[in-house]
Design a protein around this ligand. Structure first.
Ligand code: SF4
Ligand code: SF4
Length: 395
């Protein structure tokens, strides 16, 4: 395992993000604790010592699951990071109080302190809460740090460079690290390059989230994958995304939201040695990034979902919209039909809540309207079924 120095700690360069944990195959959305334990065992054996969770992950179930899994190992052998979801206090979902949430999180995780703790999702909207002195949010967490219940305090950020700069200028002196979305597509698409410059200048070590963009950089069209494979026969597409991080921004910590043992093993292999990309390999990724600029950049974080008055599965619909941009298929139409009446793109009432909540600044209602129009020109799954039944009857 590769390690990076952070203050007096040696942190594994790969951190296990508990946002997309393995689920039982029964469709209930229940975390598969046995598979998670196997993944944590593999990570611990390989030397991963950083584990990251958050209050809303898996509807509040991630903290308990990762806490139970880690409790099988001595406390001093792992670092646990958790986050205060202050961003939810400005998106009108519910008003969360720092003390109440923090005590609940310690209990859920089964720990007496957090090694790392972050203000979750600082962005242009949530700064209205985080920077409101009457809320005493940061004050509370600084008090917990003084009491030893938080060892290191930082923040995660989906803000643009200007708001990031403003936040760093105002609060950077009290914070020790910053987690940003960083990968070879967002280097330009979300101006992550500028964010890296701001954080470096402020002396804040960089933690990376979404290194594989919610899995979007883990597989490509056949010809693209063939080109990558010819250059690096032993490395997966996901590994290329990590190699880019090792080659260009070189952050302190890379969090990967792994969902099964196979992904864990692939990542452990990648982080066993540095193998930076050469100029030809970097050019391949630049071309992929250029091709992806036009697509809807949804990462599947689900920050928008809780407040949707219609209860739409927004990331799933946006992923279908992206798929339709490339080509239509019977499979796509079947999945779209399975969303159910009242739960499709055309049912969006354009209230705009999701646009405010979205860290990627996606104009979701506009995308819903475009997709609703585009998919209405396709044959529905029901029509496809009727045609197939008629053809079968003829035969
Ligand atoms: S704009 Fe549409 S998708 Fe977004 S929250 Fe409102 S109804 Fe839901
Ligand atoms: S639309 Fe935005 S907030 Fe919603 S899942 Fe996608 S990236 Fe997250």
């Amino acid at each position: 395992m590769l390690y990076k120095q952070f203050q007096n700690l040696q942190l594994s360069e790969l951190g296990f993000g508990a946002m997309r944990l393995p689920l039982l195959p029964d469709g209930s959305g229940t975390i598969d604790q046995a598979e998670l334990d196997r993944m944590v065992d593999a990570a611990m054996e390989a030397g991963v010592n950083y584990y990251d969770t958050a209050h809303p992950y898996h509807d509040g179930k991630s903290e308990g699951a990762i806490g139970r899994s880690l409790a099988r190992y001595p406390r001093e052998t792992w670092h646990l990071a958790d986050k205060f979801p202050g961003h939810q206090n400005v998106h009108g979902v519910k008003e969360l109080q720092p003390a109440e949430v923090f005590e609940e999180q310690l209990q859920r995780c089964g720990v007496e302190y957090f090694d790392f703790y972050l203000l979750h999702n600082v962005n242009e909207q949530s700064m209205a809460y985080y920077c409101n002195p009457e809320k005493h949010c940061l004050d509370y967490f600084l008090e917990q740090k003084a009491k030893g219940r938080i060892r290191h305090l930082g923040f995660s950020c989906h803000a643009g460079p200007e708001a990031l700069q403003e936040f760093v200028d105002g609060y950077g002196k009290d914070l020790e690290f910053c987690q940003i979305q960083l990968n070879y597509v967002d280097w330009k698409l979300q101006n992550a390059q500028k964010k890296v410059e701001i954080l470096r200048k402020a002396g804040l070590p960089i933690w990376v989230m979404e290194p594989v963009r919610g899995g979007k950089l883990a597989s490509f069209a056949e010809e693209t994958e063939a080109e990558m494979h010819a250059l690096r026969p032993d490395e997966s597409c996901a590994a290329w995304a990590f190699r880019w991080l090792q080659s260009v921004p070189k952050p302190t910590m890379v969090l990967s939201g792994m969902s099964n043992l196979q992904q864990m093993e692939d990542n452990l292999k990648t982080f066993s040695a540095e193998k930076p990309l050469n100029a030809a390999e970097l050019a391949v990724l630049e071309k992929i990034a250029a091709d992806m600029q036009g697509k809807i950049p949804c990462t599947g974080c689900r920050y928008c979902c809780a407040g949707c008055p219609v209860g739409l599965n927004i990331p799933m619909i946006l992923s279908m919209a992206n798929e339709l941009q490339v080509s239509s298929s019977m499979n796509l139409m079947m999945r779209y039909s399975a969303l159910g009446d009242g739960k499709r793109a055309a049912d969006c009432i354009a209230c705009g809540q999701c646009r405010e909540a979205c860290p990627q600044k996606i104009d979701v209602p506009a995308e819903m309207a475009k997709f609703a129009e585009a998919i209405s020109t396709q044959k529905t799954w029901e029509e496809i079924c009727r045609e197939r039944a008629a053809a079968a009857a003829k035969a």
